[in-house]
Design a protein around this ligand. Structure first.
Ligand code: SF4
Length: 222
């Protein structure tokens, strides 16, 4: 097993609990998770600000918008036509099949709700797991490009490991807690990996000497 629990302790010691995901409501988390595909979080924030300023950040209100109205509001997030369709697909499911209630949408065991999300056109595993973990109260570990890069560089996974393999590795290594404690642990674990990936584990020239995970490298850095 890779030393993931030790990795968490080191990351947590460096920055404390990160209190993710930053949002005012579970629905805002869902929208953010859909809009953040292939763009920076700053751009997502601008799109969310537009939705808030227009007072439409709810399933019913987004459902009532035309495609063009929605696309214009989320324009800062990039790929706005595609993302408007994806967001609408999600909102249509919530409104038309779950009475516009996220609570009802998230009802059921994690596998059932995950499959419900994955059945929505435009929602892939990373988006589905982000929504489950941060908005839905379901412990579903999120894997992203940062996770893969960090794990590969530390020799914790095979270079060909896919999403499901990495998720299984994390789930098996990090299931020593239960219920709300496990949910909180997984939420913060992913947040810590994103911060390490963003600040230190860059695609080129990683800043290993400054990184909280440097003591876990297979070959020590000087
Ligand atoms: S920056 Fe270096 S020490 Fe930090 S996670 Fe990446 S490879 Fe590991």
């Amino acid at each position: 097993m890779p030393p993931l629990r030790q990795a968490y302790r080191l990351m947590h010691r460096a920055r404390g609990h990160l209190q993710w995901w930053p949002a005012d409501s579970p629905f805002e988390i869902c929208v953010g998770a859909i809009l953040t595909q292939n763009t920076s979080w700053k751009n997502v924030e601008l799109a969310l600000a537009n939705l808030k300023a227009a007072s439409v950040l709810s399933p019913k209100n987004i459902h009532a918008l035309t495609h063009d109205q929605l696309a214009q509001l989320i324009r800062p997030a990039g790929y706005f036509n595609i993302k408007a369709k994806r967001l609408r697909n999600f909102v249509d499911t919530v409104v038309e099949h779950h009475g516009a209630s996220l609570k009802r949408f998230f009802k059921g065991d994690t596998t059932t709700v995950r499959n419900r999300l994955l059945a929505i056109n435009g929602v892939g595993p990373e988006t589905a797991d982000s929504i489950l973990l941060y908005a839905g109260g379901h412990s579903s570990f999120v894997i992203d490009a940062y996770t893969k890069r960090i794990f590969e560089r530390h020799g914790w996974c095979n270079t060909k490991a896919d999403y499901d393999e990495l998720q299984l590795l994390c789930t098996e290594s990090l299931s020593h807690k239960r219920g709300a404690a496990k949910l909180d642990y997984w939420q913060d674990f992913h947040a810590q990996l994103v911060v390490v990936g963003n600040h230190y584990c860059k695609p080129r020239n990683p800043l290993c000497t400054e990184c909280p995970l440097q003591t876990l490298l297979p070959i020590p850095v000087k």
